[in-house]
Design a binder for this molecule. Structure first.
Ligand code: UDP
Ligand code: MG
Length: 309
């Protein structure tokens, strides 16, 4: 069975539409399915719409949050209550084309365990948005060591991959990157982001910035290493300037006492920066340990069936 997880925040108009569209498309393709709507603390009639959809179609189930916890939490809640052998995650505003699900499902039947939807085009966006999204994905791509510039949350995962994700003990889960981080037999499917038909995007510029900072911090220690690099840079400058002021001092062209001040400021400044970088490095390591991610994930095993004593 295919479970489709649909996070929904203030999407009352889209619920019935999404349920009907998926019912039609998956029904035509004869794929057994369930739809898991997650109401992420909506302020409109989204939950009532989910209840109505569940009454109409027995394949529809719903989960309701006590308040808005964000899309990431909604996706994980949906995955946790999905029971299919494979689970797909898609937006319930139908910006992720439901037809692509069929293609993903067939790839899963061929044996792929993680099928990622990658954006063929990013849809309508401002130039600033595009540039900042580019920078964000560059940092994340470096941390995950996988190109994420076209990544989306539209994915189909095998039960193994879903269980691996749900077993992650860390609190701050970034679905898009974690589902690449876990590995497994992965393939990609391209899709075009559609225009929204009802409602509006839930992302303001501020919430996007918060989202970016939160996820960079949860996935990468690059910002911390910047301090160390800057410290080394300042130290090099200190050496050059130091030599220059010493030369001035000994040739008697320096103002009395000034050389000592310059040298002290430069040397102390750079030592503090480098030390901060070193402390930062240890904090980064502690942070990694605290997250408690598994050291590795196994996808298959062969032989070695020792008898249990
Ligand atoms: N969403 C959610 N919780 C939130 C924000 C968004 O569950 O706090 C859902 C929303 O209902 C939609 C999906 O996440 O199904 C994508 O949101 P949206 O369409 O607003 O984002 P965009 O497509 O503009 O990136
Ligand atoms: Mg959308």
């Amino acid at each position: 069975m295919l479970s489709v997880v649909l996070p929904a925040y203030n999407e009352e108009k889209m619920i019935q539409k999404a349920a009907d569209t998926l019912d039609r498309i998956l029904g035509d393709a004869e794929i057994p399915y369930e739809l898991v709507f997650v109401n992420d603390g909506s302020k409109d009639g989204t939950w009532a719409a989910i209840e109505a959809a569940a009454k109409k179609n027995p394949h529809v189930t719903g989960v309701c949050f006590s308040r808005n916890f964000g899309k990431e939490s909604a996706m994980f809640a949906g995955l946790a209550s999905a029971s299919g052998e494979c689970c797909a995650v898609m937006d319930c505003d139908l910006q992720h084309p439901p037809e692509t699900l069929i293609e993903m499902y067939h790839l899963w039947e061929e044996g792929y365990e993680v099928i990622e939807g990658v954006k063929h085009s990013r849809g309508k966006e401002s130039a600033l948005h595009r540039a900042s999204a580019g920078l964000f994905y560059k940092i994340i791509s470096r941390a995950v060591k996988i190109d994420m510039t076209r990544a989306s949350d539209f994915k189909l995962l095998d039960r193994k991959a879903v269980d691996a994700l749900l077993a992650m003990p860390e609190r701050n889960l970034f679905f898009r990157a974690l589902s690449s981080w876990i590995g497994y037999r992965t393939t990609q499917v391209e899709f075009d982001v559609r225009e929204r038909t009802e409602g509006e995007s839930k992302w303001s510029t501020m919430s996007l910035i918060k989202y970016a900072v939160k996820n960079i911090v949860s996935f990468s220690t690059v910002p911390m290493q910047c301090v160390t690099v800057a410290g080394v840079f300042v130290f090099l400058l200190a050496v050059i300037l130091g030599i220059e002021s010493l030369v001035r001092y000994f040739t008697g062209r320096a103002v009395e006492g000034f050389t000592t001040v310059i040298l002290l400021i430069l040397i102390i400044g750079s030592i503090i920066m480098i030390s901060l970088g070193i402390i930062g490095y240890y904090i980064a390591k502690i942070y990694e340990e605290v997250k408690g991610r598994p050291r590795y994930l196994i996808s298959k095993k062969i032989g070695g069936t020792h008898q249990e004593k």
